[in-house]
Design a protein around this ligand. Structure first.
Ligand SMILES: [Zn+2]
Length: 446
């Protein structure tokens, strides 16, 4: 049976469930998964016993608050303990069909396993996001994400299951990727926001006008915050003449756990798979929906490696009101990584705030580098930018303008703004760009 391509929903019943019904399903799954974790994963048995909690204590969704948190350190400490799959594993190795790992950018990479059901549900969720942004079987799709041990790699199967013609691009060099875009005229591509922008610029420089010579209608971005920063999204949309949609993935769960819809007001999260809590970053106290804090996820249906109250390290908020698109699953708004946030004069500053200013400002290229340093026992930040080749203003004028714009947006001015010539910053990497340099003493904790 083929789907009605005019239906905006991939799974209409699920996506538009009244919240009461959605929460009823969440509770049934939560009770089941907490018991399953307790009965099968050595770590949960031990930690629940130590905390004096039992799976039967879960009578309502709020009862999850009685259970202990886990975080990245828990994952590292339990990895490989007792068995190859470690103490968070709740199914034997013969049931496991897939593993991916974290990038290891903040330590030893940790391994994440899925059984067949976990994997199939993962892909069905990815199909749902692709359908949500308007991908249909007549689309040609380029999956330009890393395939090596990366949870975002298999998302291409979600597009294939939807019926799109899929091009497994991976991390092709730009010249070859542009050749693919020009020759095969695909309509949808997924990559990181910084790379989407740079690829557009590269195309223009090599005489290809993405708007006229290419056929890209939709660009999915993930892996960096840019897709949720309106100025960055618009900058990419302007180069490509395409719609940009932000996706949010977590290597612990799915390649994309949440995705924008046409309203582009936050990202719908798959609440049938993930129970979201927001907690105070310092005390761990649970906050009300809508308040900003650290997002804590409990996976409701993943059996190979359940995550019960996983502190993601991402700062954001959840909006559980119904979206104008008709979907009832909550929307998350991510502000940044807890580790990237810094405090200047008692103000929380996220690199994404600085990016928004730099991308909006006229007469500069939009490339930037942030340096965080300490002077007189106080945090300071400096921003380096590039003046566009055709901007007649002096460097001092440009620096003064950008300083004022940063002060207006963030509330505290940068210690300095350094102006480089067009192309003078070394931030144009092929995939994830390193744009924040922390020069503070490493022992210094926020
Ligand atoms: Zn929506």
């Amino acid at each position: 049976m083929s789907r009605d391509i005019n239906n905006k929903f991939w799974d209409e019943e699920l996506e538009t469930l009244p919240r009461e019904e959605l929460e009823k399903r969440q509770l049934a799954d939560l009770q089941e998964i907490v018991k399953f974790a307790y009965d099968n994963a050595p770590y949960y048995k031990r930690s629940f016993d130590e905390a004096g909690v039992k799976p039967e204590d879960i009578k309502t969704l709020k009862d999850i608050r009685k259970f202990p948190f886990i975080n990245k350190t828990t994952q590292r400490d339990t990895q490989g303990v007792g068995s190859f799959l470690g103490e968070l594993a709740a199914v034997p190795e013969e049931d496991v069909v897939f593993i991916s790992t974290s990038s290891g950018s903040t330590g030893v990479p940790t391994m994440r396993q899925k059984n067949k059901k976990d994997f199939d549900e993962f892909q069905d969720t990815e199909s749902r996001w692709f359908w949500q942004i308007g991908m249909r079987p007549n689309d040609r799709y380029v999956h330009a994400l890393n395939f090596s041990l990366y949870v975002g790699g298999p998302d291409v199967i979600g597009a294939q299951n939807l019926g799109a013609l899929c091009i497994w691009g991976g991390t092709l060099p730009s010249e070859r990727l542009l050749f693919v875009l020009k020759t095969y005229q695909p309509t949808v591509i997924w990559t990181s926001p910084s790379y989407a922008w740079q690829l557009g610029e590269k195309a223009l420089k090599s005489g290809i006008d993405p708007k006229k010579d290419l056929n890209i209608k939709k660009i999915i971005v993930a892996g960096e915050l840019g897709g949720s920063i309106e100025a960055t999204r618009k900058a990419i949309e302007d180069i490509w003449g395409a719609e940009v949609y932000d996706f949010y993935g977590l290597s612990d769960i799915f390649g994309a756990c949440a995705a924008m819809c046409e309203a582009k007001d936050g990202l719908h999260i798959a609440e049938n798979h993930i129970l979201v809590e927001t907690v105070d970053i310092h005390t761990g106290e649970v906050l009300e929906p809508g308040q900003v804090g650290e997002l804590v996820f409990t996976t409701l249906r993943k059996h190979a490696r359940p995550l019960i109250r996983f502190r993601t390290g991402d700062i954001g908020r959840i909006d559980t009101t119904k979206c104008s698109c008709g979907r009832t699953h909550g929307r998350i708004h991510i502000l940044g990584r807890k580790d990237d946030m810094f405090i200047v004069s008692a103000v929380n500053v996220f690199p994404s705030d600085i990016e928004a200013v730099v991308r909006e400002h006229k007469g500069i290229t939009g490339e930037y580098l942030i340096r965080i340093f300490e002077k007189d026992f106080t945090n300071k930040y400096a921003v380096e930018i590039e003046k566009s080749a055709d901007n007649p203003k002096s460097d001092d004028e440009v620096a003064a303008e950008v300083t004022a714009a940063l002060k207006a947006r963030i509330g505290v001015k940068p210690a300095r703004v350094v102006v480089h010539p067009d192309g003078g910053l070394d931030t144009r990497s092929e995939h994830k760009s390193k744009r924040v340099i922390d020069e503070r003493n490493l022992d210094y904790n926020i």
